[in-house]
Design a protein around this ligand. Structure first.
Ligand code: PHE
Ligand code: ZN
Length: 871
């Protein structure tokens, strides 16, 4: 047997020790910069940036002014009007010796946006110029103390060629504009709210706006604009409506009013993340703005509304109150995700939204928390902050806020957030400030709860219910354990808010009404009196705590809950558990009894009282990856076979019901309403089961849906079904799709992605060919993610036993790192899961990680992710 631990790997220690930044080392800035004036002479090849900083010594110290830089050399440094030359560069930073308490420091640099492939700082996208500064991109534009606790009032002057860049935008309110000789023009913007440099933004381009007005709760009119290229203007209605709805929602639910006279959003095609909350000038990845029925799925529409809301909500949770340092990132991100989840829940089915959010948490965050990159929501150290924009900071962070809201209840939670916004407005705060505000606003002690900020790892809870018929008493024994994570070998018990309820096995009556219990001990007993019949446990209702629950409930009890539980999440969960148990058994033994799953699905489909959107979620089998997470050793081939067998069986045994569901779910005309979305979702889920059943006309049915669709949801759903199969319609549909949408980058991403996600045996060969396709480029992050990111989520193809999938991904990431380290490093985690696999696969995965670590000129981003994954 191969010993994976024995494989040699290059010495990591000396490099790894360098450049670790620790939370405990935080010190306040030596110099503050209350005011900055920026003057840009914009040009794609060579942009001149002149910065004038009012700097003030923070305390009695004799340190020089240290301005972070991103590789540029100053053309001039002027202090109080006099050019100096005793400045020096140290590790990219500009060191300026200063003698007094306050000075005016002026620097000038030249940068080349069109050569900026990292998409951090000032860069070119689609012929326009734009910026991305979070977390540390501002230093690539000008020398500055590029840390979130330095807050400045910005005045920005932009000058550019008027024909190429007719629109000039920056943060805050427009002050003045005018023409210059030589076909150039200028505009000046001022943002009165002091902000950290990561919230700075500018855009120069040939753009048009979809405009509207929002009247705030105190009666002020705000001019809204969504800026895109002219051809995309018709695709901005949904985002604009979502913005208006978000603004009203934040007033109603959190009492937060917008504070500037303008709010602009710009869509750009090349963007490392989803979107960015720059003050008054949000910049978005165009995939989270542009939508119409023909090109965007329901999923896309929902994601657009959620991201528009998220960035807007940052105006308070992020901008008015920012982060003291990057270890506090979840202060703004966890809270803002919680806020956007609440917003989305209010736009449609809250139950389905909760199911989707938990599914996402389990797909991205649980594996992270169980692997080599596990970190607390408030990390203790990092090498490259860009690597910490993670599912843990964002999604587990949101779950932590949700638990606070659950423990406090709605009124006290609102009292806590009001106090937080009031106390810390205009400051750079910490997670501790937030928790302390919650305590002060509510009177609830959260001392032990703070462990959620400090400890990594997903707590595992075992729950066992014992019924004593003699005394009519039921005793629930609950134990918790948080597994070790890197740097945290042993853990303390956490505060777990668990919502519980007991049902009677015979009568289906409520034996104990829903109650919230707060567990804070390793093991606890909860006693229920007057339990006259055998009780069935409904636990972690609504997913009240982000934990893994292990119970000894039988298949029959899970089936009961799947049919009778009145908490939609718990009902979904019972069904998922039934499916998981069946799939894990089948993957381990090669076979399993499918009857309980089939009966539960049949019961769900037959229940006319259920919302079709809920039914569609509930009857869907858990993903291959999630099944693997339940196994001691992941066996991707066995999981694939088990899942396909169950899908086929469910498809065949319930054939009549799937047809009926499919036919009943037809919608006459496209409508973006919760009801129509639910029907479309159920229709494509039913189509998937019809195809899995193996009936002859399945491909014909899918092709008819593909051809007849008046919306992208139906079209893409049918295409995905066809792409997984062997029919001649498969190739035809892919060609039709390509020819129809080849000039639409966002839809073309779907074309790449659907093929990369296919469960067919030849997917790797297809994806290798697609990587050479003329429309493929690593320079565009969306395209790279659509192919490479999707492929590495494809459990069957990525984990091919010969390691060819791993090699392909490593080759692509090494190439991508040279252009865009941030986006490349984000795609390392699938390779880092090697401990979860058999020795042969683990060795092959390690080999690719070692090859990456040994690559000359590797970025800090990739080095941190890959070396930690090997450790
Ligand atoms: N702060 C952005 C958000 O969550 C995400 C982001 C991070 C965007 C870093 C770009 C760069 O809304
Ligand atoms: Zn955010």
């Amino acid at each position: 047997m191969l010993d994976v631990q024995a494989i040699a790997h290059p010495p990591l220690a000396p490099l790894a020790a360098a450049g670790v930044i620790r939370r405990e080392d935080y010190t306040p800035p030596d110099w503050q910069v209350p005011e900055i004036a920026l003057d840009f002479a914009l040009d794609a090849a060579a942009t001149r940036v002149r910065a004038t900083l009012q700097v003030v010594r923070s305390s009695a110290h004799d340190q020089p002014l240290v301005l972070d830089g991103g590789g540029q050399t100053p053309l001039s440094v002027i202090v109080d009007g006099v050019a100096i030359n005793d400045w020096r560069l140290e590790g990219g930073a500009l060191i300026v010796p200063l003698s007094g308490a306050a000075h005016v420091v002026e620097t000038e640099v030249e940068i080349a946006p069109e050569r900026n492939t990292q998409l951090m700082g000032l860069y070119a996208s689609g012929g326009n110029l734009c910026t991305q500064c979070e977390a540390e991109g501002f230093r690539r534009i000008t020398f500055f103390p590029d840390r979130p606790d330095v807050l400045s009032v910005y005045t920005v002057r932009l000058a550019a060629d008027k024909a190429r860049y007719p629109v000039l935008l920056a943060n805050g309110d427009p002050i003045a504009a005018g023409d210059l000789p030589d076909g150039r023009h200028w505009a000046e913007w001022r943002d009165p709210f002091p902000k950290p440099s990561y919230l700075f933004a500018l855009v120069a381009g040939d753009l048009v706006a979809n405009r509207a007005t929002f009247t705030t709760m105190s009666g002020r009119d705000v001019a809204l604009g969504i800026w895109v290229r002219a051809a995309d203007l018709p695709k901005t209605e949904h985002a604009l409506a979502a913005l208006q709805t978000s603004m009203a929602w934040d007033e109603r639910v959190y009492g937060r009013e917008y504070d500037l006279d303008v709010f602009n959003i710009v869509a750009v095609d090349d963007f490392n993340f989803g979107a960015m909350e720059n003050k008054g000038l949000n910049i978005f990845n165009s995939r989270y703005i542009l939508a119409d029925a023909d090109t965007a799925t329901d999923y896309d529409f929902d994601a657009i509304a959620a991201v528009v809301a998220h960035e807007y909500f940052h105006n308070w949770s992020g901008n008015r109150i920012t982060c003291r340092d990057w270890f506090q990132l979840s202060l703004k991100e966890g809270f803002t995700v919680f806020r956007d989840q609440g917003f989305s829940a209010d736009q449609g089915s809250a139950a389905v939204k909760r199911i989707e959010d938990v599914r996402g948490l389990r797909a991205a965050q649980f594996p992270e928390d169980a692997g080599p990159l596990a970190h607390p929501i408030r990390p203790d150290e990092y090498q490259e902050i860009s690597n910490f924009y993670t599912a843990t900071i964002y999604n587990k962070g949101a779950e932590v806020i949700r638990m606070i809201a659950t423990i406090l209840g709605p009124e006290r939670f609102r009292a806590g957030t009001d106090l937080y916004f009031d106390r810390f407005d205009g400051t750079a705060a910490t997670c501790e400030d937030f928790v302390a505000s919650m305590e002060a606003g509510s009177g609830v002690d959260l001392s032990q709860f703070r462990l959620w900020y400090a400890q990594a790892g997903t707590p595992r809870v075992t729950a066992s219910l014992h019924h004593d018929t003699g005394s009519d008493r039921a005793t629930l024994t609950v134990s918790q354990r948080t597994p070790p994570t890197p740097g945290q070998p042993s853990k303390q018990p956490m505060v777990l808010p668990l919502k519980l309820k007991l049902f009677g096995a015979q009568t289906a009556q409520t034996l104990a009404p829903e109650q919230l219990v707060l567990l804070d001990q390793p093991t606890e007993h909860i006693v229920f009196e007057g339990v006259g019949e055998r009780p069935i446990l409904s636990i972690n209702r609504g997913f009240s705590a982000p934990v893994v629950i292990e119970t000894d409930r039988s298949a029959a009890d899970l089936a009961f809950l799947s049919a009778h539980d009145d908490d939609p999440f718990a009902r979904y969960e019972a069904m998922q558990q039934l499916m998981l148990d069946t799939l894990v058994e089948s993957a381990a033994n090669g076979t399993a009894d499918h009857q309980a799953v089939i009966a539960a699905i049949a019961g769900t489909l037959d229940n006319a009282a259920l919302d079709p959107a809920f039914i569609a979620e509930a009857v869907l089998l858990p993903s291959d990856a999630f099944v693997g997470d339940q196994m001691a050793r992941v066996d991707p081939e066995a999981i694939f076979r088990a899942r396909e067998a169950l899908r086929a069986d469910v498809g065949q045994r319930l054939a009549g019901r799937w047809r009926a569901a499919y036919d009943a779910a037809q919608v006459d005309r496209f409508e973006y309403t919760p009801a129509a979305k639910g029907l479309r979702r159920l229709k494509t889920v039913a189509l998937g089961y019809i195809a899995a059943s193996g009936v002859d006309d399945a491909a014909g049915l899918a092709f008819a849906q593909f051809e007849g669709a008046d919306n992208m949801t139906d079209r893409q759903g049918a295409l995905a079904t066809l792409v997984a199969g062997e029919s001649p319609e498969r190739v035809a549909a892919l060609d039709i799709f390509y020819n129809r949408y080849g000039d639409n980058a966002l839809v073309l991403d779907k074309w790449f992605q659907v093929q990369a996600l296919s469960s067919r045996a030849d997917t790797l060969a297809t994806v290798e060919e697609l990587a050479r396709h003329r429309d493929f480029t690593l320079a565009n992050p969306n395209r790279a993610r659509a192919l490479i990111g999707a492929f590495s989520a494809n459990q069957r193809a990525f984990h091919a036993a010969d390691g060819a999938g791993y090699r392909f991904v490593a080759d692509q990431l090494i190439a991508l790192d040279k252009l865009n380290p941030q986006t490349a490093a984000k795609m390392i985690p699938p390779l880092g899961r090697w401990r979860r696999f058999d020795e042969a696969r683990a060795a092959l995965m390690r080999q690719e990680l070692e090859r990456i670590v040994a690559t000359p000129g590797l970025s800090k981003d990739m080095f941190e992710q890959a070396s930690k994954s090997l450790a």
